[in-house]
Design a protein around this ligand. Structure first.
Ligand code: 2U9
Length: 348
């Protein structure tokens, strides 16, 4: 039996050496799992196989072999644990290496857009009037006949209705607003004076399209209502606007005109920047460019919204945003603003 014992212990020692030698060449977790099953596996592992002889051993031999088996097992388990840790570290380093980011590479530029020139003009104009205490308000583009015409002193048989060719949603009732004025009516019906509002927005007119006419365009209208408001206030506010918008050297000219919703009414011209008022092609040799319509709010309009015309006066004005932007940026065709041609838009 002694020879057999020696033999068994040698086999166990060889198993240990062989297992450790193999372990050294293992490079992946999958290989390590295989190694684990092969040597330490509870079912058919090599160590388990050698332990199978235990019952056949004598009482004296059993603890000797048992100790050796336990020693080999514990060594292999320790080695396994160390190897697992080593592989984990190595795999982590590999991942880090593969996923390495070169922070010195130049970034990929995102295509950045910018504000539309009309939006910029609306912002520029709004900023000037906001400094003078005007509030910016916006309202519906689909309106009723009442707010767009009747409340503004444009009755059904009034010739002004021929002046503006309207897009009707339901004829005589619902329409696409031809001006932003219906919003001023809404504002006045909601609050008592003083009123100081600026209303930018889209308006619609059934026009023949050409370099200076579109069926959809933008307007900015302003309204101020207070006690003791006069035409001098109107002139002062519009002059201040023109000087901030186009430069302090520009001169203004007020020409008598007619609108149903204002009385008296005036059209406002600005001295031509190209020739400084001496006359050139830009101003058609007049020295002046029309930029605004304006006037004192008609008493009928004040009465319609419930204001007492004996107590309150007001002035109003309106401008076409495209027209202002064309003067501002020297654009010669209104259709460019809604054409969405990037070659045009990128110039702003
Ligand atoms: C209320 C009372 C009066 C607004 C006004 C104009 C004169 C005007 C045109 C400019 C160029 C329209 O875009 S355009 O074609 N506008 O000339 N607009 S006074 O008057 C109002 C508005 C609201 C309650």
């Amino acid at each position: 039996m002694i020879g057999q014992l020696e033999d068994l212990l040698t086999q166990l020692e060889q198993l240990r050496e062989q297992a450790i030698a193999e372990l050294a060449s293992i490079t992946t977790s999958a290989q390590l799992d295989e190694w684990d099953t092969r040597y330490l596996g509870r079912n058919r592992g090599e160590l388990k196989n050698l332990s199978a002889v235990m019952p056949k051993l004598s009482k004296e031999e059993r603890p000797v072999v048992g100790q050796k088996i336990n020693a080999v097992k514990s060594t292999l388990e320790q080695e396994l644990k160390a190897k697992r840790e080593e592989l984990k570290q190595r795999e982590m380093l590999q991942t880090l290496e593969q996923e390495r980011i070169d922070v010195t590479l130049p970034g990929r530029a995102l295509p950045a857009g910018h504000m539309h020139p009309l939006s910029r003009t609306i912002q520029d104009v709004s900023a000037i009037f906001m400094k003078m205490g005007f509030q910016i308000v916006q309202g519906p583009e689909i309106e009723t006949d009442y707010y767009n015409f009747q409340a503004l002193n444009v009755p059904e048989d009034h010739p002004a209705r021929d002046m503006q060719d309207t897009f009707w949603v339901s004829p005589g009732e619902i329409l696409l607003r031809t001006q932003t004025s219906p919003m001023q009516i809404r504002t006045m019906k909601q609050q008592q004076p003083p009123v100081r509002v600026l209303v930018p927005g889209k308006v619609y007119r059934n026009e023949n399209i050409d370099v200076s006419h579109e069926a959809m365009f933008h307007q900015i209208e302003g309204l101020l209502i207070d006690e003791h408001c006069t035409m001098a206030d109107l002139k002062g506010v519009l002059e201040r606007f023109a000087h901030e918008m186009f430069g302090p050297e520009r001169r203004l000219r007020f020409r008598g005109s007619y609108f149903p919703f204002t009385e008296p009414s005036a059209e406002v011209d600005i001295s031509c920047a190209s020739c400084n008022g001496t006359g050139c092609r830009v101003c058609k040799y007049t020295g002046w460019l029309e930029i605004l319509g304006s006037g004192m709010v008609h008493p009928k309009v004040l009465r319609e919204v419930g204001y007492d015309p004996a107590k309150y006066r007001g002035f109003a004005f309106g401008m076409g945003v495209e027209r202002i932007a064309m003067l501002q940026y020297n654009v010669n065709d209104i259709r460019l603003f809604s054409g969405n041609d990037l070659r045009f838009l990128r110039q702003f």
